[in-house]
Write a protein that binds this ligand. Structure first.
Ligand SMILES: [Zn+2]
Length: 342
């Protein structure tokens, strides 16, 4: 970028603990994380782009619900978490470390190694067996996205799956099981992620959770009326429960019907600006949804991550603000979950 601020912003970017809170992994096969290959996020691109840490998600697609399908979903989530855990190694002069706590993420930054934070997307993997939540936590998962596209046994999704027979609403938000799942997530120290849930589910999760909830990858409705985006009243709810919205790099969430090449970091920063103005700097963060649909013209992959910092610094965000946006707020939410765990 041709910008007089760029050298300072680049230096700041390198100094910050930067966390991208939602990154998919290829499954069942794909380039290894240590290969500088076709993935938007791999260890070499994180290193080049000054991205310190990433939440890598075991994503489970929604399918017709049956005990057998839920068993298969859980098996897939566990296998994917094992694959994410296998990223913790040294290769080609680069080291990635799987981290369990906010302190460990900060220590990784101090030690100059990249932090891998495992997570799970879609409570479908839980089925009706809440005991599975503790097993996902044992495999390192720090958050669970309650739904994906399509309602599951825990909650209504913001995107009902007509092909699976979904009506607009099935539970009117969280099911009884979903409320118990929120309590279990709190107990084991996992964060409740409301990125894909319906508005009623989001509100009820905020009320039910003993610890702050997060949307790990969403944008704001004021610029783009998409079911995945948050209305202003939802932002207010997030603030009231000390939660965070992690603005994400999905073109169609940033501008109506936009393709990736039509969107820039300026659009992304508009969403950050709105959320910060509405609910304050303590409740907003940054995510990409890379390798799961995220990415646009000047944030194509993890190697471009500094462009986000450059644009936000250009808009006046100082070091303290950038520290919070790039991970400080998310770390606070992780810590709150750890402290409330039983
Ligand atoms: Zn998602």
């Amino acid at each position: 970028m041709n910008d007089a601020l760029a050298p300072d912003a680049l230096a700041l970017h390198r100094a910050l603990l930067t966390i991208d809170t939602h990154i998919d992994i290829p499954w069942p096969t794909g380039p290894d994380a240590f290969q500088d290959g076709t993935r938007c996020v791999d260890i070499p691109k994180m290193h080049r782009g000054g991205l310190t840490a990433g939440c890598f998600v075991a994503y489970v697609p929604q399918a017709q619900r049956s005990p057998a399908a839920e068993d298969a979903a859980f098996a897939r989530a566990c296998a994917m978490l094992q694959s994410i855990n296998a990223m913790g190694r040294t290769e080609g002069g680069l080291t990635a470390r799987v981290t369990q706590t906010a302190d460990q993420i900060e220590a990784a930054k101090r030690d100059g190694v990249l932090a891998v934070i495992p997570a799970v997307e879609n409570g479908f993997a839980i089925g009706a067996d809440l005991g599975r939540i503790a097993r996902l936590r044992e495999l390192g998962a720090r958050y669970l996205t309650l739904t994906h596209n399509g309602h599951n046994a825990l909650a209504d999704s913001c995107n009902p799956r007509r092909d699976l027979g979904d009506r607009d609403t099935e539970h009117g938000g969280l099911s009884t099981l979903g409320r118990a799942a929120v309590a279990e997530l709190n107990r084991v120290g996992m964060v409740v992620d409301v990125a894909h849930v319906s508005r009623d589910s989001m509100l009820q999760a905020a009320e039910a959770s003993r610890t702050p909830i997060v949307s790990t990858h969403s944008c704001v409705s004021v610029f783009c009326d998409h079911p995945r985006n948050m209305m202003d009243w939802q932002l207010d709810v997030l603030r009231d429960v000390k939660g965070v919205i992690q603005i994400t790099a999905v073109a169609a969430f940033l501008r109506p019907n936009a393709k990736p090449d039509q969107v820039t970091v300026a659009d992304f920063a508009d969403h950050v600006d709105h959320a910060v103005k509405r609910i304050g700097i303590d409740h907003v963060g940054i995510s990409s949804d890379f390798d799961g649909g995220g990415g646009f013209s000047d944030w194509r992959n993890a190697a471009d991550s500094a462009n986000v910092t450059i644009e936000l610094v250009r808009r006046g965000y100082d070091r303290d603000a950038m520290t919070k946006l790039w991970g400080g707020n998310f770390l606070r939410v992780l810590r709150a979950a750890e402290e409330a765990a039983e």
